[in-house]
Design a protein around this ligand. Structure first.
Ligand code: PGA
Length: 235
């Protein structure tokens, strides 16, 4: 259990006062924690914590791309991971699978590790199309990829921010399937679960044997929650 990853996806939850408070309170994290601060706060986090992820990148190294940030520049300031294809980015920025694939490739080309998010909608789950959707995403998002520097975050879209978490056996089965698809591609990757994870359920979820860790949204922006989840995961 000690080795499970904890990916803290802080989204756009914190203002600068929250950030200062967070940095004061959240100390002594294990090397299995990856922090994903809002973009403008990365310089506040980077000298204090081991593993920093950027929440999104633009898949070109540099040039006239106003409002964009490249994996190349993230790497140069010491970022070590990039989140790619989070369902909120897919939705708000209208990302296609081809866009996601370009981001994966650009991230890897710049020697950053990828946290690739995949997941099905409730409609797809109810139509028994979970596996089909996940395979479609993996086939397209990982086109031309031959690297184990990737973590897959399985995040059912209906579980994000809703408290509607699949059962342990559903998560187990889905992750088994994802790992099988990855093995068929010659990839041996960690697969983590995300969607309404908090200190209330992380212990129970960590009993799922094939889950390699968790991606946490809302609770990751609350220092007390982070410290409690770390304690529960490492105990
Ligand atoms: P949540 O978000 O923990 O707030 O459900 C998870 C995520 O979007 O990564």
């Amino acid at each position: 259990m000690e080795n499970k990853l904890l990916v803290l996806n802080m989204k756009m939850y914190m203002d600068i006062d929250d950030v200062n408070n967070y940095i004061k309170k959240v100390n002594n994290l294990s090397s299995n924690v990856i922090l994903c601060p809002e973009l403008i706060y990365i310089p506040y986090f980077i000298n204090k914590y081991d593993n920093i992820a950027i929440q999104s990148i633009y898949p070109i190294d540099n040039g006239a791309y106003t409002g964009c940030v490249s994996a190349y520049h993230a790497k140069k300031i010491g970022v070590s991971y990039a989140v790619v294809g989070h369902s909120e980015c897919r939705k708000y920025f209208n990302l296609t699978e081809e866009d996601v694939n370009k981001k994966v490739l650009s991230t890897l080309n710049n020697n950053l590790k990828v946290i690739l998010c995949i997941g099905e909608t409730l409609e797809e789950k109810n139509a028994l199309k979970t596996k089909e959707k996940l395979k479609y995403q993996l086939d397209n998002d990982l086109k031309g990829v031959n690297s184990n520097d990737i973590i897959i975050a399985y995040e059912p879209i209906f579980s994000i921010g809703t408290g509607n978490v699949p059962t342990n056996s559903e998560i187990y089965d889905t992750i088994e399937y994802v790992k099988k698809v990855l093995r068929e591609k010659g990839l041996n990757l960690k697969v983590i679960y995300g969607g309404s994870v908090s200190s209330k359920n992380i212990k129970e979820l960590s009993t799922i044997s094939n889950v390699d860790g968790f991606m946490v949204g809302k609770s990751s922006s609350i220092p007390e929650e982070v410290l409690e989840m770390e304690k529960l995961l490492r105990s």
